[in-house]
Design a protein around this ligand. Sequence first.
Ligand code: ITT
Length: 201
Amino acid sequence: MSKLVIASHNPDKVQEIAELLAPHGLSVVSAASLGLPEPEETGATFTENAVLKALAAASVSGLPVLADDSGVAVTALGGQPGIYSARWAGPGKDFSVAMRRVERELGVERELAGAVDRSAAFVSVLCLAWPDGRHETFEGRVEGTLVWPPRGGNGFGYDPMFAPEDRQQTFGEMDPAAKHALSHRARAFAKLLARGFADLR
Ligand code: ITT
């Protein structure tokens, strides 16, 4: 059986992908545990970044790879932070800083416009890639509402300020199974599953 590399250096994301893959009997290994370098995310879209992360890891490891590029797109901020979601947390990767920045920028919009649209969407693009350069992408999205102050200690990143669909609970308040029933990453994963893993076994 071939090993599948999870090409992410975000341990929370690796954990979610491992949970989603667990029932499918693949042997997985993380990019960090192989010591693979973290490529610069120079793409202009989630898809471009997912592809560049996957191809970089596939060419260095010589193994098939699954990468994810994801983020939160806030309607009133024209889709920001979007592909910059991780970068809004700064070098310390502190997501309380990133969430405060979203709230502060929404406050500016409120002053300009009187009322503010608190809708947002989480987006995930998964890329499955091989060392010879072949690759396929799968996109998932979940709409939701930004809450303030943030609530819940589960999940990661912006989860405590995002209530999906018409739910009252944020992703930060949900257990992993409840998040996987709705999340952008689980929806992208469902498309990957529909393709199947026969060529990875
Ligand atoms: P890798 O590139 O190494 O995978 P990263 O954290 O830098 O790790 P991204 O560039 O894709 O990954 O940035 C995505 C950011 O978007 C991530 O750091 C989170 O802050 C946020 N994000 C993505 N999915 C999320 C989720 O399910 N819940 C909360 N925040 C999420």
